[in-house]
Design a protein around this ligand. Structure first.
Ligand SMILES: [Zn+2]
Length: 216
């Protein structure tokens, strides 16, 4: 199974990526994670890439595409893979097409988990985290027994800076600007599957597996 998984932050893409990778016994490939590993291993390319990431910039396409090429040559990717966070723009999508052709491989599906911004904002902005143990609550969906207090250790529940409404809105805007063209690109090729991400992760997971089963 060769899959690209797309979806805005907060839609449950990370969790779903892990479930799909386990189910189909394929590696879950995130270029962000590869760059972090290369950085830890003290490689030049890792240092260059993390420089961009730390400045909040996109790593140049030629570096990212080269990393992906190397990753696909590894043994565990020969029977399939799941990409998460790549391709991020049209140039990367075209380079990836080219690479797949070279390898003689075809994508099974590009899956886009979609949800309206309001749903995602409500989900993320309602999150509260225990200062002491990191347990995660939600002001509507997973209330603690006493407001503002962790059930486990009585710690104070706080909102992470990343979860503030304005931050979430900004991240969604950046995501949309970057990936809308990529989604359009795969749509024009007829290879995108849109999944309703407003329901539970169980719903998302079973719907994707059903769709993939019917397609392949
Ligand atoms: Zn706690």
């Amino acid at each position: 199974m060769r899959i690209i998984l797309m979806g805005p932050p907060g839609v449950g893409k990370g969790t779903e990526a892990v479930l799909l990778a386990e189910h189909y016994h394929i590696p879950h490939i995130s270029t962000g994670n590869i760059f972090r590993e290369l950085y830890k291993d003290n490689t030049d390319v890792g240092k260059i890439a993390m420089g961009y990431i730390d400045r909040g910039e996109l790593v140049p396409n030629h570096i990212t595409n080269e990393i992906v090429r190397h990753r696909l040559m590894e043994d565990d990717a020969k029977d399939g893979f799941l990409f998460d966070g790549y391709p991020r723009n049209i140039e990367q999508a075209k380079a990836f097409d080219h690479l797949l052709k070279e390898m003689g491989w075809k994508l099974n599906a590009v899956i886009n988990i979609a949800a309206p911004d309001e749903v995602i904002i409500e989900r993320i902005a309602g999150r509260r985290v225990c200062e002491t143990c990191g347990a995660v609550y939600h002001i509507h969906n997973k209330k603690p027994k006493r407001e503002g207090i962790c059930d486990l250790d009585g710690g104070k529940l706080v909102q992470r800076a990343d979860d503030m409404e304005e931050t979430v809105q900004r991240r969604l805007r950046i995501y949309c600007d970057q990936t809308a063209p990529v989604i359009g690109y795969y749509k024009s090729k007829g290879s995108i599957v849109e999944i309703d991400g407003t329901k539970s992760i169980q719903y998302t997971d079973s719907t994707i597996k059903k769709v993939l089963g019917e397609m392949n």
